[in-house]
Design a protein around this ligand. Sequence first.
Ligand code: F6R
Length: 253
Amino acid sequence: MLKIFPDSSSIADYVSAMLVAKIQAKPDAVLGLATGGTMEPIYAKFVAAARHTELDVSRLTSFNLDEYIGLSADHPKSYAAYMQEHLFRHLAFDAARLHLPDGLAQDLNAHCRSYSGKLQSAGGIDLQLLGVGGNGHIGFNEPGTAFDCPCHVVELAEQTRIDNSRFFAEGKIVPVSAITMGMAEIMQAREIVLVATGEAKARIVAEWYQGGITEAIPFTVLKRHPAATIIVDAAAASLLPEEATQQRLVANG
Ligand code: F6R
């Protein structure tokens, strides 16, 4: 399902309300979490809404999608630090239930197997939040990743490293590799919400909409998921064919 909103702020309202409702209905839900610029306004609104509604988040379990290899959890550019800054430190989560891959694991492949195992033992993901890379990656599953791939080590695509250099100070090198939850685990989530905002995502959103399902654009696998919602703002929808935009805007009132 495709939903088009005017801007990232209205998307953040919608997704944070959806998260609150989900957690109220199932306080011990398992969430799959993403990082990145797209998620920042969503986490900010969610924190405010959770405080406002006195939401109990202490029984939630979460699994983050990915982490850079070589960055410790307290490195300011690690995804562990991002999650602390934008979400975890603001609410009374149970830290023991918050999972991220360990970018400093000695045996990376064994760590990936253990991360997948923990996810399975937790019963899989109830709700997976996703952003999308300009090249169509989800998590750090870069173009060409097999759809049945579990959690694995990935060499980041050049475009991903260029896109993410905006988060690193000038002259600092963006890590070359990462651990990512696999396409298989993402697709096992019972519900998926992918958010794409801004003009930089317009081309990939149009390719997703118009094309078939292909490993060359990992994002397209979501067409196979029975409960995936793709939420875009007007800028990310700007290259969609007009009939798609008209239809969806009407559908969303
Ligand atoms: C982040 C992640 C990535 C991002 C994607 C979009 O945990 O898994 O797939 O969602 O790179 O990043 P932004 O939101 O910064 O454009």
